[in-house]
Design a binder for this molecule. Sequence first.
Ligand SMILES: *Cc1c(COP(=O)(O)O)cnc(C)c1O
Length: 480
Amino acid sequence: MADRTTLDPDDWPALRAQGHRMLDDMFDYLEHLRERPVWQPSPPATRATFETPLPRSGTDLATLHDTFMRDVVPYAVGNAHPCFFGWVHGGGTPVGMLAEMLAAGLNANVGGRDQIPVHVERQVARWMAELFGFPAGASGLFVTGTSMANMIAVLVARHRALGLAVRDAGLAELGRGLVAYTSAAAHDCIAQAMDLTGIGRAALRLVPLDEDYRIDTAALENAIAADIAAGLKPFFVAATAGTVDTAAIDPLGAVADIAHRHGLWFHVDGAFGAMAMLSAELAPLLDGIGRADSIAFDFHKWAQVPYDAGFVLVRDGELHRQTFAANPRYLKREPRGMAGGSPWPCDFGPDLSRSFRALKAWFTLQAYGTDRMGAAIAGTCALARYCAEQVAARPHFELLAPVALNIVCFRYLVAGDGIDDFNAALVADLQEAGIAAPSLTTLRGKVAIRVAIVNHRSERRDIDALLAGLEALAAARLHG
Ligand SMILES: *Cc1c(COP(=O)(O)O)cnc(C)c1O
């Protein structure tokens, strides 16, 4: 049957049975996470599996699935595991996994056109506008992550500062003297956004921090005044709600006041922290976030939606649309038919073809409800306080930063100059032992063990395992 080139199976019942096995394996994985090591280094023989040449002929799906279970699953980074405390990674949920499967089955391209998947995304955007107290004209867009969301915010702010002309003329003449502000604790993707948008990293002022690792608002005022006096054009300030090092929350209301006084775009990088709004207990810590011109955040961190699911919310949806909208002949909008329903998601960002990311967030928000999601988020903060108490109660540990939300930074005390190397080695020992996985950062020149509790699955016993593991491995290092 040379004329039949479909990639669908001849034997649907066999595929169905295989599909059910694959689904069951992932349920087993999620149900028994705590029995596994968090992470383990991949053996050279396993890595070699991924260096074979381009396959000319097909392999049985069951065989590929076996390879996945044997060679991929055990050697992923392990962020679904309750003892994963590194960087800022979400844990995912079974509901999110199932929604992702449905989205892949439908294979919707959510760049635009008249289809309910676009309405699903708009509904999530309206929910987010409601959560943050944004007006009806606000716009929202799913993107890969907060890095992209921050860049989109910079582009909308650039457009507001320079007018539509910048889209044609570029920055060469118009962009001279633009300057932006964020804190020294901001994520580097803010600087990257300056780079990628052509404004340049040097145009970003990294404002010093106060005692609690928040932006020093007096220093921010001074920096803006100095730049204005020098004839420059301040246009953008990014506050952080939940810094990556210590989860510090910049004083959002005070930054909003300063931004509005000087006519700057007020952006909030709330990559994980913005989702604290889902918890009635934590939401007051974000006081002022509703005054932002734009907010960037991730559903894939504290909101536990599977990767990737970043989001940008913009107060002035029309300005946002004008920043990206184009009208090529092959994307012409029509009053009826499939080319209806304008504006489309592709009018709000650089991506044309887009996956149905909205579906997994839509399922997650509804399946659990925001009360339960907020309780899970507040639970990670309670666990961070527990961790800090346990650290404080043990004489050879030293807490290195206040616990603002869900991140605890501390170190193991050893005498002499080698303390930074010792703590770095200790974290690598613990990761390789598969017991728990914190990461490292540097705070005021001191290497810190950084425990970021983002996963809804983490419990006190996991913190106990982390600290006991650190103590045992430190003793082994010190006393052989
Ligand atoms: C994680 C993070 C980012 C980057 O987000 P991605 O989704 O990884 O692109 C930016 N800012 C902060 C504060 C973060 O924690």
